[in-house]
Design a protein around this ligand. Structure first.
Ligand code: Y12
Ligand code: CO
Length: 171
């Protein structure tokens, strides 16, 4: 089922999501809804809280070099942790909860992560490039943080002004 995506400044987006303890049918059904919702909105990453579910669940499906998104490449990530981080990188990020805003954000370049799959199996791997950025962006959602909170004071002010204008135009 396609669910509604919460949009900034919805307060639920600030919630700290809870660890998943049961890897059951209801988790699998949540993952299916998240996939449908992400594809329907042309996203490459989505955290459960973006559809109002405060669980530590996220999905990432990057596009290939030709810009095609292959569902076989989708990664389901439960209870993510960053256990090592190295270097810095800057990328122009976007978010389905802050549509049509793209801003440069600094992240760790390389990370070592630990998470669980839909069956509770523990996975440990090293990530770099866009996958590393997406993992950090989506993990932040689980701690109630949006990428716009990483902007400098002045850039954040500019964003708030732009956003107010956009909200007015939409009404
Ligand atoms: C690098 C940086 C950030 C991420 C997080 C995942 N971000 C997204 O999936 C963003 C999707 C997005 C899609 C949009 O297109 C449509 O909604 C049709 C979009 O454009 C508008 O809203 C107009 C904005 C963001 C992963 C990797
Ligand atoms: Co986001």
């Amino acid at each position: 089922m396609i669910r509604e995506i919460l949009v900034y400044p919805n307060k639920k987006l600030k919630k700290i999501s809870k660890e998943v303890e049961e890897f059951d049918e209801s988790l699998h059904s949540l993952l299916e809804d998240m996939k449908e919702t992400m594809y329907a909105n042309e996203g490459i990453g989505l955290a459960a809280i973006q559809i109002g579910v405060p669980k530590r669940v996220l999905i990432i499906n990057l596009t290939d070099e030709d810009g095609n998104q292959n569902p076989d490449d989708l990664v389901e990530i439960i209870n993510p942790e960053i256990i090592e981080a190295d270097g810095k990188t800057i990328y122009q990020e976007g978010c389905l909860s802050v549509p049509s805003i793209y801003e440069e954000v600094e992240r760790f370049e390389k990370i070592k992560v630990k998470y669980q799959d839909r069956f509770g199996k523990v996975v440990e791997e090293k990530l770099d490039g866009l996958m590393s950025i997406a993992f950090q962006h989506e993990s932040d959602h689980l701690n109630g943080k949006l990428f716009i909170e990483k902007l400098s004071y002045l850039k954040r002010k500019k964003f708030e002004k732009e956003w107010k204008k956009k909200l007015k135009e939409r009404k």
